[in-house]
Design a protein around this ligand. Structure first.
Ligand code: PLP
Length: 427
């Protein structure tokens, strides 16, 4: 795409989504901050660490406050009106989540603490019951630690073998190697939908079909995809999907495990306590139905209600508009950053989201992040919870700028200007 073509396309995209208007909904990024470092940004923080967590709109903050001010009671227990109302709101939130990812039933939605807990739930409750010594799990080399360590722990306990789909230099998976990883002992494929280091959107639908043709279930780590692109679990036909509320405008401490009913039904609980039981004797108990079987103890009621508010907020904007806007913003960022001599990108997949890992000259990523902070710009530097990626690339860390719909083209210009300054400062 030429730059002229790009500008025209941009204008059309900006007509559909106005980041300046949307920013007003987010107190933390719309308020003016004291401090010299924000001067060139018109007194605002340039927040480019959305792959770590996103900012929260008023709609979500208000939903949390409203719950505690007006509806607070424990769920599934109380025989009084307030308790009914809390239960109703909690269960409505489950329906909102189910609709958002197009699950067949709300009972296929299990509330967890986040993507990490959702994946651990599958490793414990499904893996412990269904896997035996010698069985194999296929992962990729680009997994977040959250979709790697639970399987390592299980592999150690059960003597399983983990196999890995390798990635290529451009940050895409090497599909020529996939077929040879499957064999008669393969029991599960667990992989990220979108990489939190490269930004690559993996072609998971094809892989799911391939696995299903061998009757092997697939778990998707949707922590980065669900907040940014439309995800339809029936279209993808994944068997499990894990994601977090806090990376999609929702509160921390709430996440989701989607599981097909047949899989959830066939799993035993992995935590015991209140709410997950049907009948209890001193020596034994029977389990509640799904999803309650997997929600032991008092759940994060406010968090679930806050997540539903985040989903309503995103739906109001429109996920397709969000995706298109972020794609334009990402393309612009890469075009502009690419003009800097000495820039190096990690991950240049054609199908990608707004996660941009890079280095500049020989500036250490931590120095870079600190310098950008001195310019009022928040980015992440480090291994991004994916140390095996760093080892394979033979680098200690990358700097990562990650975008969301409230980021503006102007903020990209500020980032590029700050990167130019960094070159002068460090060289
Ligand atoms: C953030 C992230 C996780 C973990 O999410 P938590 O909210 O920390 O549980 C897992 N996978 C990917 C790809 C992520 O980006």
């Amino acid at each position: 795409m030429s730059e002229a073509q790009f500008q025209i396309k941009n204008k059309n995209i900006l007509r559909n989504l106005d980041p300046y208007k949307l920013r007003q909904d987010f107190p933390l990024i719309s308020k003016k901050l004291e401090g010299k470092k924000y001067n060139s940004n018109n007194g605002h923080l340039v927040y480019l660490d959305n792959a770590a967590t996103t900012q929260k709109p008023n709609a979500v903050i208000r939903a949390l406050m409203n719950y505690y001010e007006n509806d607070n009671a424990n769920v599934h227990r109380a025989l009084y009106e307030l308790g009914d109302r809390a239960t109703q709101k909690y269960e409505e939130s489950r329906k909102t989540v189910a609709q958002f990812i197009n699950a067949k039933h709300a009972r296929e939605i299990v509330f967890t603490r986040g993507a990490t807990e959702a994946i651990n739930l599958v490793a414990s409750a499904w893996g412990r019951k269904h896997l035996q010594a010698g069985d194999e799990i296929i992962l990729t080399e680009m997994e977040h630690h959250s979709n790697l360590i639970p399987w390592q722990l299980l592999a150690k306990e059960k003597k399983l073998t983990l196999r890995f789909i390798p990635f290529l230099n451009n940050g895409t998976l090497n599909f020529s190697r996939v077929k040879s990883l499957f064999n008669e002992r393969t029991r599960l494929v667990a992989m990220t939908h979108m990489s939190n280091v490269f930004g690559t959107i993996n072609p998971v639908r094809g892989l799911i079909r391939m696995a299903h043709s061998r009757c092997i279930p697939v778990l998707l780590d949707g922590a980065q995809s669900v907040p940014h692109i439309p995800v339809d679990v029936q279209y993808l036909d994944c068997d499990f999907l894990a994601f977090s509320g806090h990376k999609m405008c929702g509160p921390t401490g709430i996440g989701v495990l989607y599981g097909k009913q047949e899989y959830l039904d066939a799993m035993d609980p992995y935590q015991g306590g209140g709410d997950m039981i049907s009948s209890v004797w001193l020596e034994k108990a029977t389990w509640n139905e799904i999803p309650y079987k997997f929600e032991a103890g008092t759940p994060n009621i406010a968090g679930a209600i806050g997540l539903a508010a985040a989903i309503r907020y995103i739906n109001e904007i429109g996920m397709e508009k969000i995706t298109r806007y972020e794609q334009a913003l990402t393309t612009y960022a890469i075009l502009e950053m690419n003009k800097l001599p000495g820039i190096r990108f990690y991950g240049i997949a054609p199908e990608r989201g707004g996660v941009i890992s890079f280095s500049l000259d020989n500036i250490h990523p931590h120095d870079m992040a600190q310098f950008l902070d001195s310019q009022g710009i928040a980015v992440r530097a480090g291994h991004h919870c994916a140390q095996p990626i760093m080892r394979k690339l033979e680098i200690p860390a990358t700097t990562r700028a990650s975008l969301y719909f409230y980021n503006t083209f102007e903020e990209i210009d500020l980032l590029v200007a700050a990167l130019k300054k960094a070159k002068e400062f460090f060289n």
